[in-house]
Design a protein around this ligand. Structure first.
Ligand code: PLP
Length: 384
């Protein structure tokens, strides 16, 4: 029986099995090479099998892998200190997936509301949002097709249109504890909130005494050319969630909060794998590398190159808008042909993704070369 027969059905997968990866390249069981602009869903920020990550994992695995979250371990403390100093948010909780970090953010905001705002628990969220696949994070999300799934949803999420500060102001009431959003909505098709909206939102949440929660699971850890996307905007959140790139491919996520918001008491939050030595050692090596100013500068340069090349292709082929920042980009196809283009690209040895039927998304390794970007454009043009 082929192994795939035992897998529970959750998605349709193409008939290819990848066995090896190196940098921006993946190889299937027949030895065929694919240029990877998906990178495990924007996860392998240093590409496939980077030496730095292999070393960090091997070294840590030979020392200690897991001591339980009830004890300190060295890499957990090192990575927490590093993230706190990079973000300016003093407290860090580690989780194993983005949804789990967001679930923690929702709980933390509700706890803060319970303690500081007379039991306020509502969280204002946005049209087009994607925060994960646990029941609460699905309830906070607005993915098309999810409206009637797994009812009843978790209550307490008030949804407003993107970039509409008056709608947010009107939604804030005595029961509101927080506003939660992705600075660029990734799964929705790389849709950025405007800088003026984000600045006004920071002012408004301060004026009204509610928390600003940024979900940077997709946009954080260098993806947009800065360590955190909020650095482009000149603001700082009260609560921040990170995932995907933070582990360079291994399951790691983090929930950060400023000191005054870190109100969990013993027993409120935890998780068996949270902060284990192996994953945090990997994360520490990855974050140390990505946060180097020269690394981020190279990411910005690669991002500009990719955007410029995508815009030229779009103009040439009469396609639509190119959106995004750094190495997170979308190309609007103008018609719902995304799935067909993804399939044709795969046949041409290129992995890209279509988060919405009418667009393609590009999220290569942050150390992708300009030559690899050029090669991607050649394969994409053929697929189109
Ligand atoms: N939040 C955002 C912005 C995401 O893009 C994702 C995943 O795509 C998640 C949360 C969920 O993360 P995970 O799949 O690791 O649970």
């Amino acid at each position: 029986m082929p192994a795939a027969d035992s897998l529970m059905f959750v998605t349709r997968r193409p008939d290819v099995t990848f066995v090896r990866g190196e940098g921006s390249w993946l190889y299937d069981a027949q030895g065929r090479a694919y240029l990877d602009f998906v990178q495990g869903w924007a996860v392998n920020c240093l590409g496939h099998a980077p030496a730095l990550l292999r070393r960090a994992l091997a070294t840590q695995a030979s020392q200690v892998i897991n001591v339980s979250p009830a004890f300190y371990n060295e890499p957990m403390r090192r990575l927490a200190d590093r993230l706190a100093s990079l973000s300016g948010l003093e407290r860090v909780f580690f989780a194993s997936s983005g949804a789990e970090a967001n679930e923690g953010a929702i709980k933390l905001a509700r706890k803060w509301g319970a303690l500081n705002k007379g039991g306020a628990f509502e969280i204002v969220v946005f049209e087009g949002a994607f925060h994960g696949r646990t029941l609460a994070t699905m309830s906070a999300s607005a993915k098309p097709g999810w409206e009637r799934l797994f009812e009843p949803k978790v209550p307490g999420f008030i949804r407003v249109p993107r970039n509409d500060i008056d709608a947010v102001a009107a939604a804030l009431g005595p029961r509101t504890c927080a506003v939660m959003l992705e600075p660029i909505q990734g799964e929705s098709g790389v849709i950025p909130f405007s800088t003026s909206f984000m600045r006004r939102l920071r002012e408004l949440t301060d004026e009204r005494g509610v928390l600003l929660v940024l979900d940077e699971i997709q946009t954080g850890i260098g993806r947009t050319g800065r360590m955190f996307c909020y650095e482009h905007l000149g603001i700082r959140p009260d609560i921040l969630t990170l995932g995907k790139g933070i582990g360079g491919g291994v399951p790691l996520a983090a929930l950060l909060a400023r000191e005054g918001v870190s109100v969990f008491e013993a027993g409120d939050q935890g998780g068996t794998f949270g902060g284990n030595s192996l994953m945090t050692a990997a994360g520490d090596a990855v974050v140390a590398e990505v946060s180097r100013p020269e690394f981020l500068a190279a990411t910005r340069a690669a991002g500009e190159h990719m955007m410029q090349r995508l815009r030229a292709l779009s103009a040439d082929m009469g396609l639509g808008e190119v959106r995004g920042r750094g190495l997170l980009a979308a190309l609007d196809l103008g018609r719902p042909t995304g799935a067909a283009v993804v399939k044709a690209a795969l046949a041409n040895g290129l992995l890209v993704n279509s988060p919405r039927p009418e667009c393609l998304r590009f999220m290569p390794a942050l150390n992708v070369t300009h030559a690899e970007i050029d090669e991607m454009l050649v394969r994409l043009r053929a697929a189109l």
